[in-house]
Ligand binder design. Sequence first.
Ligand code: BGC
Length: 742
Amino acid sequence: MEQKEMMQQIDSIVARLTLEEKIKMIHGAGLFQTGSVERLNIPPLKMSDGPMGVRSEFMNDTWLPAGHGDDIVSYLPSNSAIAATWNTKLAYTAGQVLGEEARGRGKDVILAPGINVKRLPNCGRNFEYISEDPYLIEQMAVQLVQGIQTADVAACVKHFALNSQETERLWVNVEIDERAFREIYLPGFEAVVKKAGAYSIMGAYNLIRGQHCCESELLLKEILRGEWGYDGTVISDWGGVHHTVAAGKSALDIEMSVTPDFDEYVMANPLLPAVRDGEVSEVDIDEKIRHILLLMLRIRLIEIVAADQPKIQKNRDRKQGSYNTQEHQWSAFAVARESVVLLKNEKETLPFDRTKAGRVLVIGDNAVCHQALGGGSAEIKALYEKTPLLGIKEFFGGNSEVFFEQGYEVPKKTERDLSWQATSLDGEPAEPLVETEAQKEVRRAEYKKRAKELRDAAVKKASAPDIDYVVFVGGLNHEYDVEGLDRDDLNLPYEQDELIKELLEVRPDTAVVMFAGSPVAMQAWSDRASSILWMSYSGMEGGYALAEILFGAVNPSGKLAESLPFTLEESSGYVGADYLGRELTEEEHQNMDAHLTQEFSEGLLVGYRYYERKNIPVQFVFGHGLSYTTFQYGECSVNISEGCEVTGTVKNTGNYIGKEIVQVYVAREGAAAYEPVKQLAGFTKLELVPGQEASFTISLSPRAFQKYDVDKKAWVKVPGDYEILVGSSSADIRDRKRCKIN
Ligand code: BGC
């Protein structure tokens, strides 16, 4: 049906709704659903988190699990893992699986993907996000959204915008210069709107320039609706709406929150008198209803049949979705296989020779830790999760003995807070454990003693001459990669540095696997390690995928989608002590206005853009990732007659079949000190058998040679001399060509 005809039908429905009915539709009537209007057959919109699979069911009005056991799902790799594949087809596949599972679970809106820019390496939600680079975010996010929406489900891309820290996330006000805002933080969202046609977007908790994102005129009205022409639905983050009149007038369509007093939500009963008194025009409310009905039509939740009078009915042609299929498991596996990054591999330590792996020792809590049920709203109940130890055991079957030593311990939490989200708006961390100094001392001493015992046992076992290979799996877990919390530093927890150092003393060939959703400091031992692998939360088959890579059945082909700096203090967005804010007064708590301002003063210099410009060395650079084979790049050429095309060749000169991610960066000569030295502008992933040479053509978008002109309020071409750099990482540039843009 033509959009125009559809809008006419929608309008005729809007005209038949009472104000009370309209208001029912624009706020939560359950923790994850909106109100329905039975009189006109308008169903609720059913939503669910989240990015790594469809979250388990809660009761409608409390954060208690519904507990039916039928909400177990496929566990997909996190966005940090998907991003490390640099494989846009896999991003699409992951999106498709997520969409199908959401539909299979009866959902209309899946609250994913998260695409905030990784401004700070310690942000607790970095595992949910894609990259520090807007171009890479855009490329992956568009595919994820398109994949999700093939299943007649709406993606809800979050969190719009500038939500790059968890600390004080409910009331931090972001001040940012216009150019950085446009060039770094908005392109991902702009792309999912314009290129992927995202049916919904989630407003962020934080404020921008003094106004909450979910009520922001600038963000929602001027930019999203105005400049980008967005007609999809804007949904608030849970508890992100604060002012009835501002929200009513704003371009936000649906208010969701975490408390069960649904009728008292900001856009519920309090909105009725505001509309009746003319403070908020009913036209604004109608606009919200239009967006919601349009979304319902797009996902084929409803159809409008026009007899004499348009009528809503259930659309029987809607895809039914599916969950826990073998196909979904294979897709999760395919992503996991390409998400592992080989950071270091001296003396070709890896792959280990599987034919000589009679006795393998696996060490580390992350080798046995089940990660799916953690992280905050991204948690899911996985049908299964292959941990690294399980993966390695399955890989070898009965022909190798695989031993396990825990090596380090994760202190047990006294009790898991099942309803953390219920109190998430309080803004204060959960009641701290009341402990005297003396008790603390005792606890610490006990922990140290236990840590030493575990370490000694692991090191002893690793020293045994009959152990053929040692694999250490450590890093972070969802105690650290978690919603609502940023880490204090990048240090490895649980005395892992000590353990790794001792292991490397006795077994310098230990394969060190860092399993984490955001950067960790490795300098205490990285020089001594001969091989280091980097992997993120990589879904239900992650452990098996790791086994294949360690023992050479699969060649690693992931690359870092973010820089790994040495310390937090050296990182681009380091915000210092003021970032921790302070306790709010009771009054401030009530209004939740800006109580802390965060200047994004690094401007354009986020991630590698900063480290390169300031000459700050990092542990591993953006785009880095090794292979068991070697790739030789031929000369590249740049054609700028029509658009800009970069062509070249890559040859597999080693002994393994492998995949190489060719990266194209653009550097403008004479760029100012506040501008990046170079920026990613294209990439492709090629698979080559030994000896094979392939050519590539990468088209650069006009944006590669543009900047956002603040005065003209538009992207404008910047004429001048440029260098086009083709490489295997942001630092490993294999060829470069100059060109002039007129
Ligand atoms: C998170 C969102 C999530 C929502 C619903 C919020 O706390 O920020 O990402 O989708 O809760 O669980």
